[in-house]
Write a protein that binds this ligand. Sequence first.
Ligand SMILES: [Zn+2]
Length: 433
Amino acid sequence: MNAPFAPSKIESVLREIEAREDQIVALTQDLIRFPTINPPGDAYRPCAEYLGNRLAKRGFQVEYVRAEGTPGDTDAYPRINVIARHEGSGKGPCVHFNGHLDVVQTGAGWTEDPFAANVRDGRIYGRGACDMKGGLASAVIAVEALLDSGLKLPGAIEISGTVDEESGGFGGVAYLAERGWFSKPRVDHVIIPEPLSVDRVCIGHRGVWWAEIETHGRIAHGSMPFLGDSAIRHMSAVLGKFESELYPALATRYSKMPVVPEGAKQSTLNINSIHGGEREGFSGLPSPCVADSCRMVIDRRFLIEESLPVVKSEVKNLLDRISTERPEFRYSIRDMFSVEPTMADRNGPVTTALVSAIERLLGKPAGIICSPGTYDQKHVDRIGRLKECVAYGPGIVDLAHQPNEWVGIADMVEAAKIMAVATIDLLTRGHSR
Ligand SMILES: [Zn+2]
């Protein structure tokens, strides 16, 4: 690190962060207690305002941006984002910490109250504890300690709390990125404190394609199925081709991206759901009918070495081939959602600053990984045209979206220290520009 500060100055920032452990805990608890469940997007406004009010008191310039007209945005459930900026003492670059405020539904299986934020055995329990209110709290405390230290930091620091990450980020980072909030010259480096663990920097993620495939049949009496045409049997032909051709093909493809866990270095396909024939959910007996429709939703995760058009045509070609082999096979396919893979430069400033901070503070090599799933980095890269964006934060990603989600307090303190050192590094590196 080439910071123009005496090591003792930096040491005192680190001691100060350790002394603020109670503040990290309290802030994480306060954030968890806003039940920002998405969908539908509950409590977005009070949560954003809570964060904004805190940072305004610390001298940040705070702005709220409602993503009007984005999916789910209504007066009852407004998509409210908060962005706070603290100018530096000179013309340095800007480091931006971005955390999503929304959490997924609680689901079954909790023995903890998901919104009480109870502390036990060095952990804070609650929905969003690790994904990612704990990470956001770590970033806030790291930045506050830096600002209180009196170190003259030439560059600006921003902190944003954004919404809808769990549903694609369209009312959050994507909306803001379209309006220049995540581009140069405003922002130079973005760190997203997702729970990828305190000793790893996540530089990107695979791509996603969701689609619905429907096979079409003809209804008839179930006692005379030969008079109809079963959409479910047509779908079974699709599944057969997936098993015999598509899955084996995907299993041969490996990415150079450092995706974890190991299995996610390959192309993958999940079948999210299949529905054929009469609707479920009624009481009583079904009536005997041949299914005239069967729908399947697929979730294809693809590699940076693959392209989205090729990924799509691979499935379409397979369906077209079934059409030539199977009389009366008719299908339709509907795109639902797609995300391109993204990967930051592993030798870029934001990655190297975090790697060297991890190594300095933890005394061991940092891991450089990619995520199997996506997060808001895609929007910063594709829309904001800013490659300098990575995820780094405390917590264990496997606990995300699970019952009894928790984040470790010691992890949060450690991550805050690493974020502070990396921020000093990034802000002072650019000083000579
Ligand atoms: Zn998350």
